[in-house]
Structures are given as C-alpha cells and as structure tokens.
Design a protein around this ligand. Structure first.
Ligand code: FES
Ligand code: FES
Length: 177
C-alpha cells in the first residue's frame, strides 16, 4: 500500500503494509536513525517521535495511522543550529551511552512546546516512562530547566553532580550515535 508521510517538513511516499510500525519505515525506508528500537512494546520510549505536537511511540504506531506532521530528532536543528534542548544536553553533559536520548529530547520538546516553563514536578511527570538505563535523569531535568528557565544549571553543576554519583562526565551531543 502506498502511504504518504510528512516527516520533518518533507513528504515521502512509501510502499509498505499499513500495519508496519512507523519506526521501521523511518529507520529502514527513510534512513532516519534518530528514533531507536528499544523494547518494541511501548515500554521504554527510545523510539519516540512527535506527531502533531504529541510524543508518540513509533514502535507501536502503524504507519497508516501516522497521518499528521512527524518530527524526528533529525528535524530539530535548523539552519545548522542545534535546537536549544540539544544544546542544553551538551551543556549539561547529559548522555552516557546515549541510547535513550532520542526519546528524552523529543519528549522534552513536546513538553516544553505545551508548557514552556514547567515546574520540577511537571518535568518529572512529563518525562515519566522514558527510561534511561544509565540513570541520567538528574542531568535530563537540569537540561530541560536550562531551556525552560534560561537556567543557570551550569555544566559545572552537572559535572559535579555526575561525579557525586560516580558517573563519568563526558562531552556529549545529545543526538544519535
Ligand atoms: S522501542 Fe518503542 S517504546 Fe521501546
Ligand atoms: S540509556 Fe544510556 S544514557 Fe540513557
């Protein structure tokens, strides 16, 4: 079946079974490797994309149901400039293995687009269910606050708190690896 998808502002026509998970089409047909396969069961969030402003798990979204405007991680940077969340991810040295951060960044974007200045509790609620096996949750929250509040959650603080947890402080780009 021929299906038209709007992804990061461009229209693509793919020929797939309607029930094919959107994640497979994005990665295998369109070459967009921002969304990751983690669990395939809507449990981890690694496959998150934004469809019409809502963070969705593309591993369980049939391609035929993806009728809205789809944004993947690749669609965040504009004119060679990182999205503020991507920059904050670098400034706060958020990722460790990096696997979860497609879902973390896109979920944070959907959250901030709806609520530009969330409280800590609202950030935690909004990000719930996007799993990080490396436990970078505190740095994720610091990065979101940096964007939401122009915040002074400095890289030094991030590094210090990482060190306090015994985690290595790495430079990171918050994007696909
Ligand atoms: S791969 Fe989709 S939620 Fe885990
Ligand atoms: S799973 Fe490794 S950084 Fe989140």
């Amino acid at each position: 079946m021929s299906i038209s998808l709007r992804v990061n502002g461009a229209t693509h026509v793919v020929d797939v079974e309607p029930s094919t998970p959107l994640l497979y089409v994005l990665r295998n047909d369109l070459g967009l490797h921002g969304p990751r396969f983690g669990c395939g069961l809507a449990q981890c969030g690694a496959c998150t994309v934004i469809i019409d402003g809502v963070a969705m798990r593309s591993c369980i979204t049939p391609t035929s149901a993806a009728t809205g405007a789809i944004t993947t991680l690749e669609g965040l940077a504009k004119d060679g400039k990182l999205h503020p969340l991507q920059q904050a991810w670098i400034d706060e040295q958020v990722p460790q293995c990096g696997y979860c951060h497609n879902g973390q960044i896109l979920t944070a974007k959907a959250l901030l687009d709806k609520n530009p200045h969330p409280t800590d509790a609202e950030i935690r609620a909004g990000m719930e269910g996007i799993l990080c096996r490396c436990m970078t949750y505190y740095r994720i929250q610091a990065a979101i606050k940096r964007v939401a509040h122009g915040a002074p959650a400095s890289a030094a603080q991030g590094t210090a708190s990482a060190a306090a947890r015994g985690a290595p402080a790495r430079s990171a780009n918050g994007s696909d690896r």
